[in-house]
Design a protein around this ligand. Structure first.
Ligand code: GUN
Length: 291
């Protein structure tokens, strides 16, 4: 069994990007600038956004974190988005999800200028992705594609089971892996909360992408030998033996599944760091397109 080391691969990608930044600086050009909007104080979202901002600093990007209170209205958030859309110093920006319930997520995502939409969530960019046109790929699926590619895992003709149909991970992942592309050409099945005969389907999978948000849902008896496992889940599970009172768990029961898997991503240190690296890659792309 081989661990798919997202931390190492994401560091390799960050080194590649920082080389680009050095070249930009040596030519006296403007470095990429990413902004992130965080509404409210959800613990996990704060951790993710801070990690994104810190990654920018490390590789030499400029970053701006805009923190808005939990009670922010939809109009106030839309106003902020319009400001970022028209601020020519900002190459790309993201609005961290989820948003407080008084705000319509679709309205917000549609307000982002597609040229600055480095999360790839705007319908224009989702449409381009579905049509194989160049665009910003959503960072988590893009990171998984990159991880499969860099470990040279064969996907062509393989049975891929994507667990979950979220707009951020499951849906785009299923589209990308069925396309004629790197880490694509797979036969993709999407399973979700209404799927029947789940174990029959997961047992037929050569590759499983687990993105359902239920900790340790996929267990060893649900997979076949030599399966490739990509675990997107990351939830806090109460654990009295830990100082902070919790441990991080994926959607995969690592102990039992890793005994059968040929490759598996750990949690943490698998998909998470890749997501951040690909967001940086999209920001560099936005800067280059913007130039
Ligand atoms: N919330 C969970 N994943 C993501 C992501 O990739 N981007 C944003 N903006 N919010 C998220």
């Amino acid at each position: 069994m081989i661990i798919l080391d997202g931390k190492k691969v994401s560091n390799d990608i960050k080194v590649e990007i920082s080389e680009h930044v050095k070249a930009i600086v040596s030519k006296g050009e403007k470095v990429p600038h990413l902004a992130a909007i965080l509404v409210g104080s959800d613990g996990a979202s704060m951790t993710y956004v801070n990690a994104k901002v810190k990654a920018c600093e490390l590789i030499g990007f400029k970053s701006t974190l805009i923190e808005l209170p939990e009670y922010t209205t939809e109009d106030e958030l839309l106003k902020k988005i319009h400001e970022l859309n028209s601020n020519s110093d900002i190459d790309g920006f993201i609005v961290q999800l989820p948003l407080p319930k008084q705000i319509d997520e679709q309205k917000v995502l549609m307000a982002v200028d597609p040229k600055k939409d480095v999360d790839g969530f705007h319908p224009t960019n989702v449409g381009k992705m579905a049509l194989d046109l160049p665009t910003f790929l959503p960072a988590t699926p893009y990171g998984i594609i990159e991880l499969l590619e860099r470990y040279q895992i064969e996907t062509s003709g393989k049975n891929v089971v994507v667990m979950g149909r979220s707009h951020i991970v499951g849906r785009p992942m299923s589209i990308l892996m069925s396309q004629k592309r790197k880490a694509g050409d797979a036969t993709v099945t999407v399973v979700h909360s209404r799927s029947k005969n789940l174990i029959e389907i997961t047992k037929s999978a050569d590759i499983i992408v687990a993105a359902i948000g239920i900790s340790e849902f996929l267990t060893g008896d649900m997979v076949k030998d030599d399966v490739v496992i990509i675990d997107v889940g990351i939830t806090r599970v109460p654990d009295a033996t830990k100082k902070n009172g919790y441990r991080l768990a994926g959607d995969v029961h690592f102990e039992s599944v890793s005994q059968k898997a040929s490759y598996i991503t750990p949690v943490p240190g698998g998909v998470g760091p890749m997501t951040i690296a690909m967001l940086l890659k999209n920001t560099l792309l936005a800067r280059e397109r913007h130039a």
